[in-house]
Write a protein that binds this ligand. Structure first.
Ligand code: NAD
Ligand code: MG
Length: 385
């Protein structure tokens, strides 16, 4: 395999930094051509010095001078601002984009990469939650592969390799259940930010960690799976599996079930997506079947974790519903992380916003942009922000 040039959008985050670890460990296979960050200029500069990319982009324009000055002795091009971020994705200097920005902000750069004909290693699930139909349609048009990085979807993708046209009966998405598995509303009502940020199995960015605690993450993942694997809503099942060893499963028409397993470590799905169809040898710790331990499974408690019920509703309803839900959720999580609202209030904000914003059955891209903005405005009014 010749060296693949990777554009990492969101290089300073949890996924971005782990991707750079993978690149560093496999310099003959990969280089980093574009690195982007929203506000962490210090880390972005450090990464740029180490990986010598073609381009870096800092989202926060106030930090442009600092980054520019720090990289003045290099040939690295420096850009700043939201528009520059999307425009950088349209510059033909890379072979694959790793979409590792968090939230709606990842949508435009990813669409631009697809437009340019570049394959996507997709961590940014919100892109598919917001506009999955249009994104996958554009990818099909441009014959661009969208390879999942999200561990559950990577598992399903791996289970499907070699299955050709064999029909999927259903997929089973596993969920750890998060730090509050088994808890009830009387407990959750008092949960604070710092407690919700303690995930039992994974160390991730703040937004997805809160989404994992509320089970919104699994809801977003159902919608992500629908678009990635072209499924009907009823083909998607969620099961709680607190050990996070089985990363997800596919059941075929003959009832046979394939699972993909391993210790929870995002570097594995990241390197799988970057190197696909090859696998890369590594010395990450292995799962040991000789150690005592039981793999358990249970139904999710949708009455307590109502975000999962709301996301299921959005999954079945389609249209702009998931886009609206996502926008409200981003606002609610942001407010919770700033201790402005309680844990259960997040669900209230999402539900009220979903009930408020006008439903559009077949949205255009502009409709998605507008629905996102409307939902954010309405959620902000609920949050007094
Ligand atoms: P993170 O918060 O650690 O990092 C986010 C990155 O995006 C940072 O580089 C940040 O600078 C950048 N960013 C944030 N806001 C931005 C904005 N408005 N404009 C431009 N850039 C912005 O997040 P993460 O945990 O690495 O997650 C990234 C994505 O991957 C999310 O969509 C998440 O759901 C998905 N994901 C993450 C994990 C994980 O283990 N962390 C697992 C599965 C999926
Ligand atoms: Mg996941």
């Amino acid at each position: 395999m010749s060296q693949k040039r990777i554009a990492i959008f969101g290089s300073t985050g949890s996924i971005g930094t782990q991707a750079l670890d993978v690149i560093k460990a496999n310099p003959e296979l990969f280089s980093a051509e574009i690195l982007t960050a929203q506000s962490n200029d210090e880390l972005l500069i450090k990464q740029a010095m180490l990986f010598n990319p073609n381009i870096v982009v800092i989202g926060d324009e106030k930090k442009y001078q600092t980054v520019k000055a720090a990289l003045a002795q290099t040939s690295i091009k420096v850009f700043a601002g939201e528009d520059a971020l999307a425009e950088a994705a349209s510059i033909d200097c890379y072979d694959m984009m790793l979409a590792a920005i968090v939230g709606y902000a990842g949508l435009k750069p990813t669409l631009n990469a697809i437009e340019l004909g570049k394959p996507i290693a997709l961590a940014n699930k919100e892109t598919l939650v917001v506009a999955g139909d249009l994104v996958m349609q554009k990818a099909a048009e441009k014959r661009v592969a969208v390879i999942p990085v999200d561990s559950e979807h990577s598992a399903i993708f791996q289970c499907l390799v070699g299955e050709g046209r064999n029909k999927i009966e259903k997929i089973i998405l596993t969920a750890s259940g998060g730090p509050f598995l088994g808890k009830k509303p009387n407990f959750l009502v008092n949960v604070k930010r710092d407690h919700a940020l303690q995930h039992p199995n994974w160390s991730m960015g703040a937004k997805i960690t809160i989404d994992s605690a509320t089970l919104m993450n699994k809801g977003l993942e159902m919608i992500e799976a629908k678009w990635l694997f072209n499924l009907d809503a009823h083909q998607i099942q969620v099961v709680i599996h607190p050990q996070s060893i089985i990363h997800s499963m596919v059941q075929f028409e003959d009832g046979s079930i394939k699972a993909q397993m391993g210790l929870p470590d995002m570097k594995l799905p990241i390197q799988y997506a970057l190197a696909f169809p090859q696998r890369i040898a590594n010395n990450f710790p292995r799962y040991d079947f000789k150690k005592p331990g039981t793999l358990t499974f249970e139904e999710p408690d949708m009455k307590t974790f109502r975000n999962l019920a709301l996301a299921t509703e959005a999954l079945y309803k389609g249209g702009n519903m998931a886009c609206v839900m996502n926008a409200a959720n981003e606002m609610a999580v942001f407010a919770f992380l700033r201790n402005r609202i309680g844990f259960l209030d997040m669900t209230e904000v999402v539900e009220q916003t979903m009930n408020k914003i006008a439903f559009i059955e077949k949205p255009t891209l502009q409709d998605y942009f507008d629905s996102d903005a409307e939902a954010r405005n309405f959620a902000a009014s609920l949050l007094h922000m």
